[in-house]
Design a protein around this ligand. Structure first.
Ligand code: FAD
Length: 393
């Protein structure tokens, strides 16, 4: 005999747990199913183990989607302040790192524990190590065949996340289920992911590996002023992760190593005032010394400024303000923080996350074609979309 629930949620991640607590508090009988041995594993590894759980400055402009207005309603109804109140009620200490980015002071574990406690208080059941074998809908009832037996429900919430970090249990299950019920899936690709470089470029940049410096990076009309990190594999750090979500194979990225400065003006003035200064010494005023040395070497900038003609100075200024590289690719889903694309939002209600044409079917969190910038926005979407569905499912 199939056991009956009001709501079955597939995926015990950020969005699924938030939805489970919300629906459970409404008195709904809720079951959460996850094939992983533990819930919320991405929460635990997020924000370097301290979970950047929201961003106080989050607005719809911080999200990418083929249908950019879709996220507005849910984000408005459940705000960063709402989540912060929940965090405070549980006495979780937190701190603001960069502007608006809230992190746990101790460990991401406290956010996961908070969600599990909320689910327990709300009476929602969680079954782990349980995989879904099939889903069928008839007479407004979903029959979900799992490795642990069959369950029935009137509301089925898909919260299986995206494809990033397959070793953490990521699958394309949610996309396949969407297709099974006639919904479209926007093409997916890795986002918030480090760039890889051609072997030649990697070798050239190897002296810079391990160095982080503040830059402004741009690509396809988008730009971010954040730190960049050169690694042994390529380019990473917040600046590169952010711009990777806007990058397509073959696109060049331009890196301003002196953001906020007029490089040519500065170099002309410097040449007049300090003609014996080298560009390396100049760069070391704003960039890490090791980076300045290696970058000047890479560019062959070994003479004092007095040896530079007008055209040389112009070329150097251009290199400093728009150092242009074409990445070979990205590290892909293996290390990506998010998956761009996903279930097409045109077929979902922006208020409830319910499929317009399939009764009782909901999609929440990263499986949906809504992807945040780096900095706590992705969790804010998971919370907000989870609450939107939990209030109605
Ligand atoms: C390394 C890393 C760091 C990050 N740091 C941050 C951060 O600090 N701030 C931020 O805002 N965002 C961060 N993110 C992004 C954030 O983790 C995700 O956007 C968020 O977890 C998405 O929530 P979700 O519930 O939709 O999916 P997930 O949290 O991925 O949960 C999906 C769940 O579904 C389960 N599942 C998948 N397929 C199946 C299946 N077939 N059957 C049953 N269960 C299934 C999975 O096991 C998983 O438990 C980070 C991501 C990574 C990878």
């Amino acid at each position: 005999m199939a056991k009956t629930f009001d709501v079955v949620i597939i995926g015990a991640g950020a969005a699924g747990l938030m939805c489970a607590a919300t629906a459970g508090y409404r008195g709904r009988r809720v079951l959460v199913i996850d094939h992983a041995p533990r819930p919320g594993r991405k929460i635990l590894m997020s924000g370097g183990g301290r979970c950047n759980f929201t961003n106080l400055n989050s607005t719809p402009a911080n999200f990418l989607s083929d249908n950019p207005h879709f996220c507005i309603s849910a984000l408005k109804r459940y705000t960063p302040q709402d989540f912060l109140e929940l965090v405070d009620r549980h006495g979780i200490e937190h701190e603001e790192k960069a502007a608006g980015q809230l992190f746990c002071r101790d460990s991401a574990r406290s956010i996961l524990d908070m969600l599990l406690t909320e689910c327990e208080w709300a009476g929602s059941e969680i079954r782990l190590k349980t995989s879904v074998e099939s889903v069928n809908l008839s007479a407004n009832t979903y029959r979900v065949k799992t490795s642990g037996g069959e369950v029935e429900c009137s509301s089925l919430v898909v919260a299986t996340g995206g494809l990033s970090i397959p070793t953490m249990g990521a699958t394309g299950f949610g996309y396949n289920l969407a297709r099974q019920f006639g919904l479209d899936v926007r093409p997916t690709r890795a986002g918030l992911v480090p760039f890889t470089l051609t072997p030649e470029l990697k070798q050239q940049l190897s002296p810079l590996a391990g160095i982080s410096c503040p830059v402004e990076v741009s690509c396809n009309g988008e730009h971010f002023r954040e730190p960049m990190l050169v690694t042994h594999r390529g380019l990473s750090g917040p600046a590169m992760l952010q711009i990777s979500s806007f990058w397509q194979p073959g696109d060049p990225v331009a890196i301003d190593l002196l953001p906020g400065q007029q490089a040519l003006e500065a170099l002309n003035q410097l040449k007049q005032e300090h003609p014996t200064l080298t560009l390396e010494r100049y760069l070391a005023r704003t960039l890490p010394r090791r980076f300045a040395r290696a970058f000047a070497e890479l560019q062959g900038w070994d003479r004092p400024l007095q040896g530079y003609r007008k055209a040389d100075l112009e070329a150097a200024a251009h290199t400093l303000s728009a150092w242009t590289l074409t990445p070979a690719g990205t590290e892909g889903y293996r290390t990506a923080e998010v998956t761009l694309g996903g279930v097409d939002t045109r077929q979902l209600s922006s208020k409830t996350m319910a499929a317009n044409d399939v009764p009782g079917l909901f999609f929440i969190g990263e499986v949906v074609d809504v992807t945040g910038h780096l900095g706590g926005h992705n969790f804010q979407w998971a919370w907000a979309s989870g609450v939107a569905a939990g209030n109605i499912a």
